[in-house]
Design a protein around this ligand. Structure first.
Ligand SMILES: Cc1cc2nc3c(=O)[nH]c(=O)nc-3n(C[C@H](O)[C@H](O)[C@H](O)COP(=O)(O)O)c2cc1C
Length: 156
């Protein structure tokens, strides 16, 4: 199954998980670039507010057409109980070009269910599989085992 793994990552955790998933299934990857600088304490607060208010971000042009893939896996950090603004833009733009969708998110501790619900509803798709990784769990062997189970679900 030709698969594309899409992710946005502000500090590298979601990127790490996206690349781990992709390497297990030989998927192509693409990082979504938010054109707004999200570094620093003030920007952190604004990012949370934007995510909560469902404000999309301006993003850099993407290289891979999701319509050319059997499956697209999209990952986001949880921001204020929601998806990151750049992922909101990506799903909004590409939802009609995605055949089959799976989701992952990373978070400190809470907000994954609402994030997945919003991503599912924005995409208009029934999601094939979902996985949440807590920031402190990234890179641990038990997380790797959970990612193996996630990719098994993708092939069903
Ligand atoms: C603006 C902002 C809001 C956040 N809100 C939440 C939240 O609601 N719940 C949570 O568990 N973690 C929250 N976090 C923590 C991130 O989801 C977590 O650190 C994530 O793993 C970061 O991924 P990244 O390194 O790919 O950017 C927030 C982080 C940021 C920057």
């Amino acid at each position: 199954m030709k698969t594309l793994v899409i992710y946005y990552s502000r500090t590298g955790i979601t990127k790490k998980i996206g690349q781990a998933i992709a390497s297990k299934i030989q998927a192509d990857t693409e990082e979504i670039i938010d054109l707004k600088d999200r570094k620093g304490a003030w920007e952190y607060l604004k990012a949370g507010r934007d995510a909560m208010k469902r404000v999309p971000a301006d993003i850099a042009d993407t290289k891979n057409d999701p319509a050319g893939y059997d499956l697209v896996v999209i990952g986001t950090p949880v921001w204020a109980g929601n998806m990151a603004c750049a992922i909101r833009t990506y799903i909004g733009r590409n939802k009609d070009r995605i055949k089959k969708l799976a989701l992952f998110c990373t978070m400190g501790g809470a907000g994954d269910q609402n994030t997945f619900n919003e991503m599912e509803s924005l995409s208009g798709k029934t999601v094939a599989a979902k996985i949440t990784v807590r920031t402190r769990e990234a890179g641990k062997p038990e997380t790797d085992a959970r990612l193996d189970e996630f990719v098994r679900q993708l092939s069903q």
